[in-house]
Write a protein that binds this ligand. Structure first.
Ligand SMILES: Nc1nc2c(ncn2[C@@H]2O[C@H](COP(=O)(O)OP(=O)(O)OP(=O)(O)O)[C@@H](O)[C@H]2O)c(=O)[nH]1
Length: 234
């Protein structure tokens, strides 16, 4: 199952699997400039944020992911209607102790947000409003596109969050809702659709060329992440 709703005023283009679309690795055509968009993926620990981003950027299902410490960066370049769009995806840590020093970085200059919950975990779904609040506290404005994603739909017998409840919540925020599975290979296109929906939305509404974060900024973040991993007591 993929796109559940599509409120027109929030998302005037929702990616359809029939749209013609070219995807390319970011190693190709390095000389061609792309517009770059930062997307953060947030939600409770263990809901599958890493697996979803890995599925989108690397195609496969990541079998034994470790808890994210700080942040992991992945990116994928798309060609949409002849324009190159680079999605820089920030896979954030769900565990509070691994987020602490990074939170400000997550939200700085963010272009879109994906909230993830696990359909087999009611508490992860009930946590979504708190994640929405956290975005607000960090000044993520109302025009920043947001999507709610229910992951792990392959675990049909263990579902705790009915689609109707999720739809209700999504409607209350006027965010699109997707349900999918990072694990089920048949859902790969639907995982793509989540990111592509955002890419289309960003492409159509952000005409400015955005600056890519400098190499040194990215290095600083990585250094911070390494330090956190080294001092972690777990
Ligand atoms: N059955 C099933 N398991 C999944 C799916 N996605 C992720 N998992 C499993 O859920 C667990 C957590 O996945 P992660 O992607 O590491 O979760 P996360 O949200 O990034 O966790 P943190 O890094 O702690 O925030 C792993 O054991 C995955 O194998 C899915 O779609 N279906």
């Amino acid at each position: 199952m993929a796109i559940i709703n599509k409120p027109a005023e929030q998302f005037d283009t929702v990616f359809s699997l029939n749209d013609s679309l070219e995807l390319s690795s970011h190693h190709e055509h390095e000389h061609v400039q792309s517009r770059i968009f930062k997307i953060i993926v947030i939600g409770d620990s263990n809901v599958g944020k890493t697996c979803l981003t890995y599925r989108f950027c690397g195609s496969a299902f990541l079998k034994n992911p470790e808890a994210t410490i700080g942040v992991d960066f992945r990116e994928r370049t798309l060609e949409l209607d002849g324009e190159r769009i680079k999605l820089q995806i920030w896979d954030t840590a769900g565990q509070e102790r691994f987020r602490k020093s990074m939170v400000e970085h997550y939200y700085r200059s963010v272009h879109a947000v994906i909230f993830v919950y696990d359909v087999t975990s009611l508490s992860s779904f009930e946590g979504i409003p708190e994640w929405v609040e956290e975005c607000k506290r960090h000044s993520v404005g109302p025009l920043v596109p947001r999507i709610i994603v229910g992951n792990k739909c392959d675990l049909r017998d263990r579902r705790e969050v009915p689609t109707s409840a999720a739809q209700c919540l999504a409607d209350s925020y006027n965010f699109p809702l997707f349900e999918t599975s990072a694990k089920d290979p048949a859902e790969k296109e639907h995982v793509d659709a989540i990111f592509l929906t955002l890419a289309y939305r960003l492409k159509c509404h952000k005409p400015l060329r955005l600056k890519e974060p400098s190499e040194s900024n990215m290095r600083n973040l990585w250094d911070q992440r390494e330090q956190e991993a080294a001092t972690c007591q777990c």
